[in-house]
Design a protein around this ligand. Structure first.
Ligand SMILES: [Zn+2]
Length: 213
């Protein structure tokens, strides 16, 4: 019997955790899908994620802080300023609320075309319409999943507590037993005795709301 209860509790906890993970990822993907690439701010010139060893140092970087989404765009050059200039471009997009939970990284080189990073930023979306971040950033992933699991567990409990509290308060103010709602106002001298309906001592103060501070 006790073992069954433990298993049941574990399954419930697992269900909430799974819900938390799913909600976390769906929120992150939703955030990415609705984020326009419209506002880029300068950042420290450094690759936001690891790049192959033969890449040049990062020279320009910008960060896009959006609602629930952060994007880093950084670039470096080989043969800069020459006709054979090659630009190396990295884009890292991280999404999730409250923490960044998943990210995706795109890298490419642009051979033979002299472009500035600004022109690249303006001209093209750095991700296709259908790509979504699937790589977990574990700290944020765990934090978000636990937050959502906790919210899914706590919100109904909280709402239920408020509903019960309001019902008890209304019964108390209406002179009814706070346990079963039985009308205690006509008891007269019997006030102070247990509720005649359910026997609850909680019904004692039905005629004296003032004493229920
Ligand atoms: Zn009662």
């Amino acid at each position: 019997m006790k073992r069954l209860q433990i298993i049941r509790t574990l399954l419930i906890v697992l269900a909430f955790l799974l819900f938390g993970v799913a909600a976390n990822v769906l929120v992150a993907w939703w955030l990415v899908s609705r984020t326009p690439v419209s506002r880029l701010l300068p950042a420290q010139p450094a690759w936001a994620a690891a790049v192959p060893s033969d890449w040049p140092p990062c020279e320009e970087a910008k960060v896009f802080p959006g609602f629930g989404v952060t994007m880093w765009v950084s670039g470096g050059y080989r043969n800069k300023g020459k006709p054979e200039q090659v630009m190396y471009l990295q884009c890292l997009i991280a999404a999730g609320l409250p923490f960044r939970a998943v990210d995706m990284e795109m890298r490419e080189t642009q051979d033979g075309v002299v472009r500035t990073a600004q022109a690249v930023d303006r001209d093209r979306r750095p991700w296709s319409a259908w790509s979504l971040p699937v790589h977990p950033r574990w700290t944020g992933f765990l934090g978000n999943s636990l937050s959502y699991a906790w919210a899914a567990w706590a919100l109904p409990t909280l709402v239920g507590s408020v509903v019960i509290w309001r019902r008890r308060r209304n019964r108390r103010q209406g002179g009814r037993c706070i346990n079963c709602g039985y009308d205690l106002r006509d008891r007269g001298a019997a006030a102070g005795s247990p509720c005649p309906e359910c026997g609850s001592a909680a019904g004692q103060s039905g005629n004296a709301p003032a004493s229920q501070a």
